[in-house]
Design a protein around this ligand. Structure first.
Ligand code: HDE
Length: 705
């Protein structure tokens, strides 16, 4: 498909353009612009002699190479980025004075980076993990970063625990194993004595942790933030990103296989979608809470382990983000982009969430070691489109050439410039919140309900989702070698839901502890009285929340779904064309998978080019499989173990399978029932197949196994 170009002006794209380089039709040069005549041989004393120190060309090249790497991000090292824009549907001026949220005519350029958390830069995309969802808005009033995740809560309530948490989940320090996985002793050791993690554990053990695509996951700001309008009135706000393609995941076994077949699965999917003009779209949603309601709920708005159920405060969809351009260079853009929750614009402010407060320190600090200089804001991808004028000067790799004879403020020599901006001129003004308290290391009692929202999440899941959650816990705790940790975890789970704990315990071959009423909580100060720190459950305003289950997501589109057609010589060309046309029309993408590459001869005499062979393709890389008729083609596939495996696996992973004509014969060689069943279409009818693909998965099949 031809790449659709976004012709509309984009200030960030215009700003980046002069920084791009293109070697097409150009001579090779040194970094100083000198043309290179021989890039194949070092300067030597004689053809067989030693290399000469004076070879400035070779030394420059090797020196640059030696220093190519920068430290990877301590968390969220593996990611993929994209450019796009955001536009608000209607002015939100009643609640915020942020310019990009008040003008529906304004398209604000954005750069988004999706990521996994625990793995290194080269790790698999399909690890069971939280996904980062970081958005940089290049607004007219300066850069605003919404640095969120695909899960609305977090593991811990206070930033001071973050290094411990990350050390626990990262590969273990003595042997650096396992990579990009939480299924090991240190992670679960920490969690088993950290009851505040239980709500987040429900999310990470759910299928949300193995998304089908970055384009099919939600995003959340996690913390409660504040909006402030032009009159200075504040309200609380929770941010959501809602993908227009719905929220979908893969099966755990599938995730593990994808990690082998294509560890770049999510990165490739994002790249290909944008290249083919299928621009990912997300709506920005907000939950607005009037200040007067701060203490109205049975949870604390400042506690990042809590959500506000959508049934209690509905999510208003206020605008749309479209990702329409891939980066030109991964390192320059995706690797060097620097997010920071403290990149704020007037009209948006923080709350006292103790996790957020710690983040405000960490992100700026980490960029200094990662990017190596306080001038990281001058790297093209990080530059605001709003003008920058201040008295920050010098430092490594300074690029701006500041004119003028003063670098301080106030001054008279430069007529006081650059001068402070009044609020009316767009000057940032922190929200005037009244604070009155003692200086203490402590936590509010309102943070001590560690279980009721974990319970709410678990009970809101469909039976299949609950099953997956149980299996995920059995898998993860099954990889834990220390039995005490397993038992402590089962004890904690019994505080969430007795059935959940019993199911996990059965898989681990342990008993649910009889007395887990006071779950282990080591998260207390040395001189603290344990009795004062015990978690307690608080009745939630709803028993269940539909929004928490992916079963309730969008299931009326097959846009960008990848469909495999299994074909061989002698295939029925009509059955290919009819199905392909219908699927393409509905927005899906089709690949012909054959026993070998090259031209596949159809029964009619025409031919088709195979996109992949059974050797390079795998069912786990597709959303559905179709076997068109043609006696010779089907007979060949029936004899091909990889074709049988392809269909069996697609069925096992609960995907739609369709056959037409003799294609039915292939099913007889597989474990797929050769009859019309949920997600099995034997009529060859495109309409039924499309409806099945839109359903995504038929999890009930798992029960029949
Ligand atoms: Fe981060 N986090 N984080 N985090 N985080 C980083 O910043 C940190 C937290 C999130 O694509 C680091 O530039 C602390 C919550 C994303 O570049 C670092 C705490 C949420 C990304 C850091 C948290 C996030 C990061 C590492 C607890 C969801 C990737 C590299 C107080 C709301 C951004 C970097 C990108 C990255 C610190 C918790 C999201 C070390 C101290 C909660 C999406 O600064």
């Amino acid at each position: 498909m031809a790449k659709k170009k976004n012709e509309l002006p984009n200030k960030k794209a215009e700003q980046l353009a002069p920084h791009t380089e293109d070697g097409a039709d150009q001579f090779l040069t040194t970094d100083q612009g000198v043309r290179i005549n021989d890039n194949q041989n070092t300067l030597k004393a004689g053809e067989r002699g030693p290399s000469l120190l004076e070879d400035f060309i070779m030394r420059e090249k090797i020196t640059h190479f030696d220093h190519e790497r920068i430290p990877e991000r301590i968390v969220h090292a593996r990611g993929a980025g994209a450019h796009g824009y955001f536009q608000v549907y209607a002015s939100m001026a009643e609640h915020t004075r942020a310019g990009f949220l008040c003008d529906p005519g304004r398209r604000t350029p954005v750069f988004v980076r999706f990521s996994t958390v625990a793995g290194s830069r080269g790790s698999t995309d399909l690890a069971r993990d939280v996904r980062g969802f970081a958005v940089k808005f290049y607004t007219e009033e300066g850069n605003y970063d919404l640095v969120g995740n695909n899960m609305p809560v977090f593991f811990i309530q206070d930033a001071v625990k973050f290094p411990d948490f990350v050390h626990a989940v990262k590969p273990e320090p003595h042997h650096e194993m396992p990579q990009a996985a939480s299924a090991h002793d240190t992670f679960w050791d920490f969690i088993s004595i950290m009851p505040e993690s239980m709500h987040m554990i429900m999310w990470v053990m759910s299928d949300r942790a193995i998304p089908r695509s970055y384009r099919m996951m939600e995003g959340f700001g996690v913390h409660t933030f504040r909006w402030i309008n032009a009159a200075g009135k504040g309200c609380f706000v929770k941010f959501h990103w809602k993908p227009l393609l719905g929220v979908h995941s893969v099966a755990w076994e599938e995730a593990q296989q994808i990690s082998g077949k294509d560890p770049d699965f999510h990165r490739r999917d994002l790249w290909n979608a944008i290249e083919s003009g299928n621009f990912p779209e997300f709506e920005l949603g907000v939950q607005l809470i009037p200040e007067e309601d701060e203490h109205k709920y049975p949870f604390d708005l400042l506690d990042p382990t809590k959500i506000i159920p959508e049934e209690v405060v509905p999510v208003q969809r206020i605008g749309k983000m479209v990702l329409d351009r891939n980066p030109d260079n991964f390192f320059a853009e995706t690797e060097q982009v620097a997010f920071h929750p403290g990149h704020l614009v007037p009209g948006i402010d923080f709350t006292n969430d103790p996790l957020l407060q710690g983040r405000l320190f960490s992100y700026l600090d980490t960029q200094l070691s990662r990017l190596g200089s306080p001038n990281f804001h001058e790297i093209p991808i990080n530059r605001p489109v709003a003008p920058v004028h201040n008295n920050q000067r010098d430092g490594h790799m300074r690029q701006t050439i500041n004119r003028g004879g003063t670098a301080y403020e106030p001054n008279t020599i430069s007529a006081g410039c650059p001068f402070q901006a009044k609020m009316a001129d767009g000057g940032f003004h922190s929200y005037t919140e009244r604070i009155d308290g003692q200086k203490i290391r402590g936590r509010s009692k309102s943070f001590f309900d560690h279980f009721s929202q974990a319970t709410l999440f678990y009970r809101s899941q469909s039976p299949a989702e609950q099953r997956h959650l149980v299996n995920a816990l059995r898998f993860e705790l099954g990889k834990v070698t220390n039995t005490d940790i397993r038992i402590r975890m089962v004890g904690l789970l019994s505080q969430v839901d007795k059935g959940l704990a019993a199911a996990v315990a059965a898989g681990l071959g342990v008993a649910v502890p009889a007395q887990p009423e006071q779950p282990m909580n080591r998260s207390i100060p040395a001189d603290g009285d344990p009795a004062q720190y015990q978690p307690h459950a608080v009745q939630q305003p709803v028993e269940k929340s539909a929004a928490l289950s992916m079963e309730h997501t969008v299931k009326d589109t097959i846009k960008t779904r990848q469909i495999a057609f299994l074909v061989a010589d002698g295939v029925d060309s009509g059955a290919i064309t009819a199905m392909k046309d219908a699927l393409l029309k509905a927005g899906a993408q089709v690949q012909l998978v054959a026993p070998r590459l090259g031209a596949i001869r159809a029964a009619s005499g025409s031919s088709f080019e195979a996109d992949q062979s059974l050797l390079t393709a795998a069912s786990v890389l597709f959303d559905a499989v179709y076997v068109p008729g043609g006696a010779e083609s089907v007979a060949t596939l029936q004899q091909h173990p990889d074709a049988i495996r392809f269909v069996n696996e697609a069925y096992r992973h609960c995907k739609p399978v369709a056959v037409a004509g003799e294609g039915l014969q292939l099913l007889k060689a597989t474990r797929v029932p050769p009859e019309e069943a949920s997600g099995v279409v034997i009529s060859g009818q495109a309409k039924a197949f499309i409806a099945a693909i839109a359903q995504h998965r038929f999890w009930e099949r798992e029960l029949a196994k």
